[in-house]
Unconditional design. Structure first.
Lengths: 144, 488
């Protein structure tokens, strides 16, 4: 089974789980499968590197683990009451401070990881490939 | 209205017209009109992605929802998930869309899917789904334009909408997507700048973060929690719909077709995500501060929560900053409007006719004509069929996510996807979204409380797409150059 098939079947399984979560009104069964879905989405960006290298798994896995930690800690903190405790962190309730600081930070980190692992494509190579495949010259001009 | 506020907004509108005139001179053919001649750089594309997603709903509605339900009303789910969705879209399809755009005249999502599936049917259905969403989105932007213009100038909402649309038409008709993305850039800078300054003022007005928290906690402890008074199930659904679903928004996906060189993709995800997150400061800061002030009896009475942001600007910020704030709101509305006008023209002039094998001969001219028609139509809809507009507006994001994410995004990462899978999932998403949204208006709510219709439809559409593709496997393989696209 090819890599893209494995990823798509994993995605299918997780989305079915999320659908069940919606139908049984369990936010955890919706939210927690979403985290590996995020990881799978990232792995689709590394399908060329994945067969031979392991670092894409580390990159996607680290984002999934960070989100997992965030929601697990949040889940535990707010188990008793929505504000977690009577203490304040940076003027906010602890769960609020955790969420406001952590979620955007992980989003920014994911964007940085994309930039750091980005591999540039050669435009000329793509045009040559196309010519090789089709025998046509690349058409860059639009039509009126 | 204060003359400083009016003056700043007039300058803002004048700059958008100047950009429109400049872009009109640069727009020579269909490629320029739909994909800016594939010449855009990272910053322009990233800002255009951010501004076309950050709409009047996001700024005005988001602040209103936060004012109404706390942090969970908008920011915790939608506001944080959307920028994550930008980044995931870059991971999933940025390079693939760019590579596909190199395979000839690929200007629209219809072009993308016809090339991918070798199917005119898929092109037609994608065009239909986009056209439906465009009418809804445009109608909502028209209504919002009317309200904001009427709040700034001494005119009614109808004339406000007509003047706002006239200006939008001036640059969108002539300059196509070039005008759209460069006004988006200008508008995006205003939105980010205003957000950073106003959040500081908002926190100060509320007496500091601790005072805001204590006031909210005193009124209702849930208001000081990350999910506010919104059920956790709804937040989970929002996180799914607005992260994964962001990659299905046509105004985002088509931007990847406009890039000339892949190096421009490198930091685009970070830039677009960061810009969106900065505007969430405005939404959260003003929404929560206004809620705390209101709880203390220090905020004006509002007819609807959607007025929270504009009233805050007028009552709590210096006039010039308030003017920039109003310009920022108009920017959010107009930047979404111009993107959808262009998408609507693409669907109606290129995708649907070509799917029926009747290509339009002069696409550039007819695209300009159809944009005028869309402006008139959306104005009439917003004036006389506001229920339909409200419905299509709600319908927009969820339908785009459910119809486009599987067909375009999963279609580009999974070679075994079939045209039958694509068509069945698009039809499923349109029908299911309509049934659930219309049903909700008439008391038919088959889903458990807290489940977001769009999230449910997106999940069903993904399952239907993969399932149908698996049972309709074809012997015929994709062409070698399309196979190369799958590799990423």
């Amino acid at each position: 089974m090819g890599l893209s098939n494995r990823l798509i079947y994993a995605l299918l399984g997780l989305v079915i789980l999320m659908l069940i979560g919606m139908l049984i009104s369990s936010w955890r069964v919706v939210l927690y499968p979403l985290l590996p879905v995020i990881g799978i989405s990232m792995l689709f960006g590394y399908t060329r590197e994945l067969p031979s290298r392991k670092w894409p798994l580390l990159v996607a896995g680290s984002v999934v683990v960070l989100f997992g930690l965030l929601f697990t800690v949040l889940d535990i903190m707010t188990g008793g009451e929505p504000t977690g405790s009577t203490n304040y962190v940076l003027g906010m309730t602890p769960p609020m401070a955790l969420y406001i600081i952590s979620f955007p930070s992980i989003v920014v980190l994911t964007g940085i990881l994309y930039g750091l692992t980005f591999k540039q494509e050669d435009v000329q190579e793509v045009i040559q490939e196309r010519e090789a495949f089709t025998g046509e010259a690349g058409r860059e001009e639009g039509t009126q | 209205m204060n003359p400083y506020i009016v003056g700043v907004v007039v300058v803002y509108l004048a700059v958008t017209i100047i950009i429109g005139v400049w872009a009109t001179k640069r727009t020579k053919n269909t490629s320029d009109f739909f994909v800016a001649g594939r010449s855009l750089g990272m910053f322009v594309v990233a800002m255009a992605v951010f501004t076309s997603i950050q709409s009047g709903f996001g700024v005005l509605g988001g602040t209103g929802l936060t004012f109404d339900s706390g942090f969970g009303g908008f920011v915790a789910g939608i506001g944080f998930a959307a920028p994550l969705g930008f980044v995931l879209a870059w991971f999933l399809v940025a390079k693939r869309m760019w590579r596909l755009a190199n395979l000839g005249e690929i200007y629209t999502l219809g072009d993308v899917v016809e090339r991918r599936y070798a199917s005119r049917g898929v092109r037609g259905w994608i065009g239909f789904a986009v056209a439906l969403g465009v009418i809804g989105y445009l109608g909502v932007q028209v209504q919002a334009t009317g309200v904001i213009m009427a709040a700034i100038f001494p005119i009614g909402t109808t004339w406000g909408a007509i003047i706002g649309l006239g200006i939008l038409g001036l640059y969108a008709v002539g300059g196509g997507i070039i005008a759209a993305v460069y006004t988006d850039l200008f508008q995006g800078i205003i939105m980010v700048g205003v957000s950073i300054i106003v959040v500081i003022i908002a926190v100060n007005a509320g007496g500091g973060v601790l005072n805001i928290t204590e006031t909210l906690q005193g009124a209702d402890p849930a208001l000081a929690s990350p999910f506010g008074t919104v059920p956790a199930l709804t937040i989970a659904c929002y996180l799914f719909l607005f992260s994964i679903g962001a990659a299905g928004q046509p105004q985002l996906l088509t931007k990847f077709l406009m890039i000339g060189d892949t190096k421009e993709l490198k930091w685009g995800a970070l830039t677009a995500g960061l810009a969106y997150l900065l505007t969430m400061l405005l939404v959260a800061g003003v929404g929560l501060s206004a809620l705390a002030l209101s709880t203390q009896g220090n905020f004006p009475e509002l007819d609807t929560p959607d007025q929270a942001l504009t009233r805050f600007f007028v009552e709590f910020t210096p006039p010039i900053l308030a003017g920039l704030g109003f310009a920022g709101i108009l920017a959010a509305i107009m930047s979404t409007g111009d993107a959808f006008l262009n998408l609507g023209a693409a669907a109606l002039i290129r995708d649907i006719p070509r799917s029926l094998n009747v290509p339009v001969r002069n696409e550039l001219l007819w695209s300009r004509i159809i944009i005028v028609a869309l402006l008139v139509l959306s104005l009439l809809f917003s004036l006389y069929l506001d229920t339909l507009v409200a419905l299509l507006g709600v319908f927009g994001w969820g339908t785009f996510a459910a119809a486009i994410f599987p067909t375009v995004v999963l279609g580009l990462v999974w070679p075994r996807a079939t045209s039958q899978g694509a068509i069945v999932s698009i039809i499923t998403s349109i029908v299911l979204n309509f049934v659930l949204e219309i049903g909700a208006r008439y008391g038919f709510t088959p889903l458990p409380e807290g489940v977001v219709n769009g999230a449910f439809t997106l999940a069903v559409a993904i399952i239907v797409f993969i399932g149908t593709s698996l049972v309709t496997q074809q012997e015929r393989e994709a062409s070698p150059e399309v196979k190369r696209v799958f590799e990423g």
